[in-house]
Design a protein around this ligand. Structure first.
Ligand code: GZL
Length: 355
């Protein structure tokens, strides 16, 4: 083939073929969603939202997403901050929130969830008051084709396909952090050291797992002994009442208090002072949540350590709800960052507390 024909072949055949190959004959695949990038490997793919919920692109009045949320109660500052975060985040996200407060009753949570199903909400979120007993109701919801997000406290179910994702903290790790602080604090103190424990709601994930993490970690020292332990339901009043019984016991006075949340620690501080003892000195106090009130007590020297448990989960819940409605894959577990605070950093941090 002479030079002229080679040139012609090159311009009329080779280049167009090359361009065809480089521009990709196959259909361009849609860009990966953020959650798909996060979910490595994806464990749950949620089917596309019901057709009725799909708005045609550019449709002027796309229907708002409707989220039904069963909140377990209003027992503590943490819970009130959690509710406020979810309500505010729904407003910002333009999501219609159907909110129900079960006031510590699992039966009331079941009733609220059945009501959401009847109203054909798009997504259901649940903050479960206790870990057990959720399989039957979640099977009903699955039957109705409504995706579920578990919020704050985890649940015990064999079939984890009954919910899309769990958004909440690692309570076992929070117990470990509390115990590690105590081991460090007592490094120079010889035992035996008597510990009092104010448990949260019996059967709730935070109470079960914080207690487990704490117990397994203090095993590092045989002379650290939990001599008093009882449930006080995460409230100030019950924290006061139960701590009073510990102090009235003629047995060994506790030198340490591990409270599963700040509210119970605040109640305990009241009765410790009524008994003529100095909280934070006569009794080392370790608590969980990280509320402003607990930080204020740390500044006063009355609480020694607070393990943070973040209640501001509203934005994460709304993001997850939107991604479910877009048919995207979510990670099975979504957690928010948390820290441990002591008196050293309390004065600086107290002004930053958002709950
Ligand atoms: C923890 C949450 C607990 C808090 C308490 O995620 O469920 O319940 O620690 C609250 O303050 O009452």
């Amino acid at each position: 083939m002479d030079t002229h024909n080679v040139r012609k072949w090159f311009l009329c055949v080779y280049i167009p073929l090359l361009l065809l190959v480089l521009t990709g004959c196959s259909e361009a695949s849609p860009p990966p969603s953020i959650s798909t990038l996060q979910a490595q490997p994806p464990e749950t793919t949620v089917t596309q939202a019901p057709a009725a919920a799909e708005a045609e692109p550019g449709e002027p009045h796309a229907r708002k997403i409707v989220l039904g949320f069963s909140q377990l109660g209003s027992e503590s500052d943490w819970r009130i901050a959690n509710t406020r975060s979810i309500q505010e985040a729904a407003q910002v996200a333009g999501i219609t929130l159907l909110f129900s407060n079960a006031e510590q009753s699992q039966e009331k949570q079941f009733e609220a969830i059945r009501s959401f199903v009847r109203q054909k909400v798009d997504v259901i979120a649940i903050a479960p008051v206790i870990q057990s007993g959720w399989e039957p109701i979640l099977k009903e919801v699955k039957q109705a084709g409504i995706p579920v997000i578990i919020m704050d406290r985890s649940i015990d179910v064999k079939d984890t396909s009954l919910y899309v994702s769990f958004i909440g903290s690692d309570f076992y790790e929070e117990g470990v952090k509390a115990a590690k602080y105590l081991l460090d604090k007592m490094r120079e103190t010889s035992g035996p050291i008597a510990i009092a424990e104010l448990q949260g709601t019996v059967g709730s994930a935070p109470s079960v797992d914080r207690g487990k993490g704490f117990r397994e970690t203090i095993k590092a020292r045989e002379d650290l002994q939990i001599v008093y332990s009882a449930p006080a339901d995460f409230t100030v009043e019950k924290g006061k009442a139960v701590m009073k019984t510990f102090l009235q016991d003629p047995g060994k006075r506790p030198q340490v208090l591990f409270a599963h949340n700040d509210d119970m620690a605040l109640g305990a501080i009241e009765v410790i002072e009524e008994a003529g003892l100095s909280p934070g000195k006569d009794i080392i106090i370790i608590s969980v949540d990280g509320t402003r009130k607990a930080f204020e007590k740390m500044v006063e020297g009355k609480i020694n350590c607070v393990v943070e448990c973040n209640p501001l989960l509203g934005p994460l819940l709304m993001q997850a709800t939107k991604e479910i409605m877009e048919g995207r894959t979510l990670p099975k577990r979504i957690m928010s960052p948390e820290s441990v605070y002591t008196q050293v950093m309390a004065a600086k941090e107290v002004e930053n507390r958002k709950y």
